[in-house]
Unconditional design. Sequence first.
Length: 302
Amino acid sequence: MNVLGFGDNTIDRFVDRGTDYPGGNCVNVAVYAHRLGLDAAYLGVFGDDDLAAFLRTAVAEQGVAVDRCVVRRGTTSVSTLHVQDGDRVFLGYDPGGDTVREPLVLDPGLLAYAASFTLVHSSVYSGTEAELPRLAAAGPLISFDFSDEDEYRTPEYLERVCPHVDLALFSCSHLDEAATGTLLAEATERGAGMALATRGLDGAIAHDGRVTAAAPTRAADPGAMSDTMGCGDAFLAGFIVSLLHDGWSRQVPPVASALQRALHQGARAAYHQCFVESAFGCGRPAPTAQAGERDTSRPASH
């Protein structure tokens, strides 16, 4: 079993610590899956600046393969944030260079490489939507993070993405249980094999069109936490790894007990993530502690 993170990477700059950390949804899921015992790789576009070199080295040092990534001329994206009462608060976002933001198109060689993985994970921040039909047809399970923004929950967007994903993840801490259930049902009705909602302290819910399972959060003491960066990504990785160990495939959907077990494993992984600096540590001094222009339109890591 192996997992590929396909899409975004970024630098998470904590201005209160004066520290830069490697991150990005797809990077994080690959790192966490590897920490949970699976082989993992990351496929995406790196810039050619010093931050990109730092980021790529940090990911490789986690045991995640990066040898098929593409390097383009341009700067790396940077999110600025700080910690408040244990939670990470986004302050701004610099999207980096234009060519670095251009989506990676899977040529036949890269498509064959991606198809060699048991599961490929991507996200709304990766620009990979056009690649999903070919990728899904090539064989691997597909998980996709829809984040928490309304623009990625329109009927048009769900209709575009859901038919090609086996697991749709939604961040739903701002929704009540009824609204969360409606969203999960809509995702599966539009073609997703399964939908998962993380709801912060209110726990998590999984739905596959037939079975709904829920589990509580394993809450951490805010005074003992480092920060909440990557907790959602850690939950997803724990959930995925548990299901894969239970034999999940496109032909063998998980039974109710497997869903319940996966939810608890996800909660356990998210709990432990609360005590890790940023997504997976590996920080280095930031060149500046200034937050810059405020633009919270694109969070970096979950």
